[in-house]
Structures are given as structure tokens and as C-alpha cells.
Design a protein around this ligand. Structure first.
Ligand SMILES: Nc1ncnc2c1ncn2[C@@H]1O[C@H](COP(=O)(O)OP(=O)(O)OP(=O)(O)O)[C@@H](O)[C@H]1O
Ligand SMILES: [Mg+2]
Length: 421
């Protein structure tokens, strides 16, 4: 580890500049967070998470975070892709090695563009954000491509790529601004066997057709390749400046870490319980979460893990963010598991399982079945045209139609016989 301390800055709701809200430090044994006294004295101070979560209480006592900086702080840190870029950038210099970098270094190195309303600096007195000048999309694409293939980067591409380090997720991506709007650009990877850019764009557009509140997307051509642009919903451009919205992943809300997620311990049902407790409008968001779960089953998106769901937090209530990363995961096997528990049969990816505990989402069985029926019809009637329109090649469409989208196993033991294979 190079740094053992980072000051956290928060854009309070409605504000266009941040205040220091606390410090994360490594004391030689563990990572600790402490709310700043100056923050606790503010009338507008809010806890960084709901009361049942880590950091959910405004206290001056140090709060132990685990090894990987769990909670909202982890959400403000880079994920696999960003770390990959940082490691390369750092380890390229003579005498540097990957293991020098610790969690606080990753936290500090992600720039002010990071997702959500937090930023981190090494100076508590002044907010001097890491320089941020969005490079041209061509440079970003070329840089992402080269790093993905393990090729060396020229200096200007290095700078370009560093711009993508502050966003989470595992796939190659970058952050950019266009016409004052904020976007995430997601690139294809040389490791993809299918057109993942087109397939993700299709998944997002179909979700919108199925009535899900989803982030805006656009597909653009750059250097003869296609890139999907996803409009950021954690930035609000207003005449007086840009505001930021506090975002908490389902991983944070469920009090889990990466290992628990990978081991399959997260649950839509538990997330629904949290919404029931803290949502501004549980009826709306409970139903919306149910829709997203069912839609993921319908299109074969089994990468619906707890960092692919998030809520806005304003210090008092939660609201589901628009859906993102809604993307069929091409597969040839017949049956599958979702990444989170769906119902009484655990993570089994089928519609009857989704309906089995629908009361947890605030829904009666008939209501749940009606929602499934309507979404099923949208997917059946429109998926091919939507995916064709965004340019997914015919071979990939055939592949998706075999076991991924409306795969036969999702209809297993479905009580309603008017939703048919
Ligand atoms: N439209 C958006 N506005 C704000 N934040 C977003 C948006 N879309 C995604 N994010 C944030 O960026 C992170 C990475 O995005 P995304 O999940 O699309 O990437 P990914 O690499 O495909 O992820 P995965 O590792 O799940 O495959 C998300 O976990 C979320 O925190
Ligand atoms: Mg993701």
C-alpha cells in the first residue's frame, strides 16, 4: 500500500460542490472509517447509508470496514476494469509492482467522475479533484482495445484510458461528456465470441419496451467498431452546476462483499425487504424489482448480480435507479441459475420460481402472473426485431434463440398454461 489514509468528500443532495464527510484509514491491522467532526456538526449531515447498513449511523466512533473496504466506500472505488487499468499504468514504471497498490490507493486513484456522490482525496482541507478532461472517444476505444489484448499503450492513450478507471464493472469502458451530458461508453472485448455491444443494446431497449425504467442508451460507430453509450443517471445537469446522486449498490444494501456475491448469497427477496423498509414508494419499486427479475429470466440475463442493481439514497429514503447492464448472456446449456435468489427454489432461472414468493415484492399471485404474461408477450413479439435493428448478426440471433432468450427451461412447472413455450 502506498497511501494509508483518504478523505471522503460528499456532494450533499442538491449541492454542486462537496464537503468533507469522513476519513478512511488503515491502522496497520484493519481499515476504519470515521465521520468528520465538521460533518457531524452540519445541519444537513446525512448518514451515507440506511440505518441497517455499515456507516448508516452518524457517530463519531470509528467504524471498522473489512479488508476490501465494504459498503458505500467500496461502491466509490474502481472495480475489475478500473483496477486492471490502474495496475497497468502503475506497474509499467520501473521498480513498481502490482502488489504495492492497496484498497486506499485504488480509492484515491479513481477520479472525480466516479459513480455516485463521493470523491476521495489525500488532503482534508481543500477539494482539489484529480484532473479530468474527457479524451476523444476514438482514443478511448483504441486504448481499451489494446489493454484488453495486453498490448502496450502510447502515452496519449494511457491518459485516455485512465479516464475509465473510476467506473465499476468488469467490461472495457470509459466515461465521457457530450453536450454537457454524462455517459458511460462500453466497448466490445476481443474475448467476446458474440456481438456483446449489440446484444446489450438490444437487452436495454427491449427492457424499455417491457415497461422497465431503464437508462438511456445509444449505439455509435467509432473506428469501424460499435460502442454502446449509456447515459449516467447519477449526474444531474442543472443551470447552477452538476449535482450528484448518492448511489448504493444492492451489494452494499445487503451488507455483502464480492465473495458473498460470487458465492451466490445475494437475494432479490432480501432486496425487496430493504425496499419495503426504506423505499420512498415501495409499491412502485417492489413491483419494478419484480419486473426486472422476471425480465432477466425471460431474456437469459444470468449476470444479474448485486452490483447490477442499485438505489439512490437521499439520507432518508431509497429509490431504485434506472436499470443498467441488462444483457442476455449467451449460453448453450438448457437450464441455468440467476445470480441472486429469485424465490422458494433459490436461484433457479424459471418463471414459476419468480412467482413463488411474489408477496415479498408486495404482489398478489394473480398480479404477478399478469405482469409475467405481459412481459413475456413483449419479449416473444419484439426481441427479434429489436436485436436485428441494433445490428446483432444473424448467427448470434440464432444462438440467442436456442437456449438464452425465452429458453425452454424457464417455463418449467409454470402453473399458468397461457404463457407457453
Ligand atoms: N447509467 C448509469 N448511470 C450511473 N451509473 C451507472 C450506469 N450504468 C452503470 N453504472 C455503474 O457503473 C457500474 C459498471 O457498469 P456496468 O454494470 O454496465 O458494467 P459491466 O462491466 O458490464 O459490469 P459487470 O461487471 O456486471 O459485467 C455499475 O455497477 C454501476 O455502478
Ligand atoms: Mg455490471
Amino acid at each position: 500500500m502506498i497511501s494509508d489514509e483518504a478523505y471522503l468528500w460528499l456532494y450533499l443532495p442538491g449541492e454542486t460542490s462537496p464537503v468533507v464527510c469522513g476519513v478512511v484509514a488503515f491502522d496497520g491491522v484493519e481499515h476504519l472509517f470515521r465521520y468528520a467532526a465538521s460533518y457531524l456538526n452540519r445541519e444537513a449531515a446525512i448518514p451515507l447509508a440506511p440505518p441497517n447498513c455499515l456507516l448508516g449511523e452518524l457517530t463519531d466512533a470509528p467504524i471498522p470496514l473489512d479488508f476490501e473496504l465494504n459498503s458505500v466506500i467500496r461502491d466509490a472505488s474502481p472495480d475489475a476494469w478500473g483496477r486492471n487499468v490502474m495496475i497497468r499504468e502503475y506497474a509499467n514504471a520501473p521498480g513498481h509492482k502490482e502488489s504495492d497498490l492497496g484498497e486506499i490507493d485504488y480509492l484515491l486513484r479513481a477520479g472525480p467522475d466516479r459513480i455516485g456522490a463521493l470523491d476521495a482525496t489525500s488532503d482534508p482541507r481543500q477539494y482539489i479533484p484529480k484532473a479530468s478532461q474527457a479524451p476523444p472517444l476514438e482514443d478511448l476505444l483504441e486504448a481499451a482495445d489494446r489493454i484488453d489484448q495486453g498490448l502496450p499503450l502510447e502515452p496519449h492513450l494511457d491518459v485516455a484510458l485512465n479516464h475509465g478507471t473510476s467506473v465499476g464493472g468488469a467490461r472495457p469502458k470509459a466515461l465521457l461528456q457530450d453536450d454537457g451530458e454524462y455517459w458511460i461508453a462500453k466497448f466490445g472485448s476481443s474475448k467476446d465470441a458474440t456481438d456483446m455491444v449489440g446484444i446489450e443494446a438490444g437487452g436495454m431497449q427491449l427492457a424499455e419496451k417491457a415497461g422497465i425504467n431503464v437508462a438511456d442508451t445509444r449505439v455509435v460507430g467509432v473506428l469501424n467498431k460499435r460502442v454502446i453509450l449509456v447515459r449516467r443517471f447519477d449526474r444531474v445537469v442543472a443551470p447552477g452546476g452538476t449535482r450528484r446522486r448518492i448511489m448504493l449498490s444492492a451489494m452494499t444494501l445487503l451488507g455483502l462483499d464480492e465473495y458473498a456475491i460470487r458465492a451466490g448469497y445475494s437475494s432479490y427477496l432480501d432486496l425487496a425487504d430493504i425496499l419495503r423498509q426504506y423505499a420512498l414508494d415501495f409499491q412502485r419499486d417492489g413491483t419494478e424489482l419484480f419486473r426486472r427479475m422476471v425480465f432477466n429470466i425471460l431474456i437469459g440475463n444470468i449476470d444479474d448480480h448485486a452490483r447490477n442493481h442499485a438505489c439512490f439514497w437521499n439520507g432518508y429514503t431509497l429509490e431504485l435507479t434506472p436499470a443498467y447492464d441488462v444483457c442476455p448472456q449467451p449460453r448453450s446449456g438448457i437450464s441455468a441459475d440467476q445470480a441472486m435468489t429469485v424465490g422458494l427454489w433459490g436461484r433457479k432461472a424459471n418463471l414459476q420460481n419468480a412467482i413463488s414468493d411474489c408477496a415479498r415484492f408486495g404482489l398478489g399471485e394473480q398480479e404477478a402472473l399478469d405482469l409475467v404474461r405481459v412481459m413475456h408477450d413483449v419479449v416473444r413479439n419484439h426481441w427479434l426485431s429489436v436485436f436485428t435493428e441494433v445490428g446483432v448478426p444473424r448467427a448470434d440471433l440464432n444462438y440467442l434463440s436456442q437456449a438464452t432468450i425465452l429458453g425452454e427451461s424457464i417455463f418449467y412447472k409454470l402453473v399458468s398454461d397461457d404463457i407457453k413455450v
